[in-house]
Design a protein. Structure first.
Length: 653
């Protein structure tokens, strides 16, 4: 470990000291576009050095001291342009965690005081065997590093050569278009939010594994509005979630508890994924929403008339009469942009039910990061219908929500997931209450006139009017709610699906993934309930007045299991690459290790867990390691897809 004050001009040293040595093969010139960086050739030179380090398989950031020094060195010499290089150099370590590495990088940017310069990085590279003279010959216009020639800056005084001015232990940018990370108060500032490094996209679709004819008609009509599998998924998943939020008086028994239909889902999408379609699906419940608004408007008019009559009375006339009470505002939707109290009040006013439907997850992120708006505990309790208590100071009122039922759908970019679900939200269990679906990015021009003149939202609204009939019947069953049950054979099929899934997923992604699997089982049952109720629309009358129990149709159980069988892989992708904390999980997005490549090459095009175990044994690879490699193949490298429990297939490149 070297002294941070070490002053060293590596390229000048290389030119003077190593001229008699036989040069290594020159590193390929940097092909990345440097025009957007203010560091030009300096960044290209550092990148070439990094490429040589990676070619050698060097790990120069294994110890914490080297990890920290590397960050300060790159931050000093390259500013924010050194971010990707820092991640690439840290990734070979088994300790690498992308989120933790990003936080350390941001810390180095903030606290860099100029004492550790980029010379430290070049010295680390030279110590790892890189021939700096070979690097320097690629950049003849820069024989030395200008900001290392006796111009070290002092904290709070001069610039550090990276386009920033040091003020105390913070760096203020002198360049335009900078992006800032959350500050000490967890508020976001600047022209944008620092994005974490995007990992390989993962896209496995659901509806191409389903026969639309086996779907209830109220889903089938929606799914068939799109021509491609991902487009159909963008109709299917939001529709299921919205239906789940408007199924009053429906329940099932799961682990001896009364459970209802609502669930939580995050759909993440990069640019070009056309996630705006998801907002159109919101029209599915708008016929019900408009009726609630109409009723509220009528109640408000009656209240104002009664209040006017009350105000006209004198004190004697008011005796023995109650002042009219203002009606509560009813809506299907609970806004994410709320204080903790107002969020809970909205849920209470809506009869303990609600839908949080946000197409910009930043809205919830901002709310949860404010002291007055942090209702993370409420979200966690509502998922399991657990009791919520709160007080309203203005009216000195204590309110209890005995059995909250909340459906929540958020859409966001992959980078926003890390901001929304911080390590604390992973640890406290909020993250494991969400399922995830990843949309692909796309940059293809689509014909905006191909689908005709009728807007998609209008077609969805018409389906919503059909469901409204069933909703009204459900609403009228408050005194005899509908129970959804599985047959004994279906219970066995359900358990046969999840029993091997739990150890498989724990083996692939670590013990902390068990919470996702447990809650996935609950969501699978909820999906089966939703599908069963939707199928009732096909009957006349929709619901039997005599019966309170409905047995799930086999088609609906199979559909529910097919959906979660796909979503477990989407969720594992997010968990592995963005939310992982367990040491058994390595979310690095980098080339396979030598041992991983050996195992991967030995596996057939299609294989089972048993096949993998046998190959690992033959290669003298411990099963625990091989099991982790298998998880990496699926959710890190994306070279294998999981077909079903214990069965895998390689993905054609």
């Amino acid at each position: 470990m070297m002294d941070n004050n070490f002053s060293f001009d590596p390229l000048a040293w290389a030119n003077s000291e190593n001229v008699n040595e036989k040069p290594h093969a020159e590193v390929d010139p940097v092909k990345t576009d440097q025009t957007s960086s203010p560091f030009g050739d300096e960044l290209a030179k550092a990148t070439a050095t990094v490429e040589e380090l990676l070619r050698r398989g060097a790990n120069i950031a294994e110890s914490y001291e080297d990890y920290l020094q590397l960050g300060f060195a790159l931050a000093n010499g390259l500013g924010d342009s050194g971010r990707d290089l820092y991640h690439r150099l840290c990734a070979p370590s088994a300790k690498y965690r992308e989120c933790e590495c990003e936080r350390k990088w941001q810390e180095c940017l903030r606290k860099n005081d100029g004492r550790t310069t980029i010379a430290s990085f070049y010295k680390m590279a030279q110590d790892a065997g890189v021939d700096l003279s070979a690097i320097s010959r690629q950049f003849p216009s820069l024989p030395s590093i200008p900001h290392l020639e006796g111009e070290a800056t002092e904290a709070g005084a001069k610039g550090n050569g990276s386009g920033t001015q040091v003020v105390g232990d913070k760096h203020v940018s002198n360049r335009k278009n900078t992006t800032l990370t959350p500050n000490a108060n967890n508020s976001l500032s600047g022209e944008g939010v620092r994005e974490v490094r995007v990992t390989a996209q993962f896209s496995k679709t659901i509806t191409d594994q389903l026969d639309p004819e086996n779907l209830p008609v109220l889903l089938r009509m929606l799914v068939l509005m799109s021509d491609d599998a991902e487009g159909r998924d963008k109709m299917l998943l939001p529709a299921l979630l919205l239906y789940s939020g408007v199924m009053p008086n429906v329940f099932g028994i799961y682990h001896e508890k009364r459970v209802h239909t609502p669930f939580y889902l995050i759909i993440d999408a990069p640019s070009g994924a056309r996630k705006g379609i998801i907002d159109d699906v919101r029209q599915l419940v708008m016929p019900i929403e408009f009726e609630l608004r109409r009723q509220y408007s009528q109640e408000k008019d009656e209240y104002e008339q009664q209040l006017s009559e009350w105000n006209a009375l004198d004190r004697k006339q008011r005796a023995g009469r109650q002042e009219p009470k203002e009606p509560k505002y009813h809506s299907l939707f609970v806004p994410a942009n709320s204080s903790s109290t107002s969020w809970q009040q909205a849920l209470a006013d809506n009869g303990e039910r609600g839908i949080m439907f946000e197409t910009e997850a930043d809205t919830l992120t901002q709310a949860l990061k404010q002291e007055y708006g942090n209702y993370s505990d409420g979200l966690r309790k509502a998922f399991h219908h657990e009791h919520i208590d709160y007080s309203r100071r203005t009216e000195n009122e204590h309110v209890s929500i005995d059995h909250p039922q909340l459906a929540a759908l958020l859409t966001c970019t992959p980078n926003q997931i890390v901001l929304l679900l911080s390590p604390n939200e992973v640890e406290n269990g909020l993250a494991s209450r969400f399922l995830f679906y990843n949309l692909k990015g796309g940059h293809e021009w689509l014909n905006p006139f191909a689908s005709g003149s009728e807007p998609l939202a209008d077609r969805v609204y018409e389906v919503g009017k059909l469901y409204q009939e069933l909703y009204i019947e459900l609403l009228q069953r408050a005194d005899h709610p509908v129970q959804i049950v599985l047959s004994k054979q279906q219970e066995n099929e359900f358990n046969d699906f999840f029993k091997p899934l739990l150890p498989e997923q724990i083996g692939l992604y670590g013990e902390s993934f068990d919470a996702f699997v447990y809650r996935l089982g609950l969501v699978a049952f909820r999906l089966a309930m939703i599908l069963t109720v939707l199928r009732c629309y096909e009957h006349q009358p929709h619901l039997s007045a005599e019966s309170q129990a409905i047995v799930c149709d086999d088609r609906d159980l199979h559909t529910a299991l097919a959906i979660v069988n796909c979503l477990i892989d989407h969720t594992a992708h997010i968990y592995s690459n963005y939310l992982a904390k367990d040491e058994a999980v390595n979310p690095a997005v980098a080339a396979m290790s030598a041992q991983e490549r050996t195992l991967f090459s030995a596996l057939a095009k299609e294989f089972t867990t048993t096949d993998c175990r046998e190959k690992a044994k033959a290669l003298d690879i411990p099963w625990k390691s091989a099991e982790r490699y298998l998880g990496n193949f699926v959710s890190r490298h994306h070279v294998v897809q999981r077909i079903r429990n214990g069965q895998y297939a390689k993905i054609d490149s």
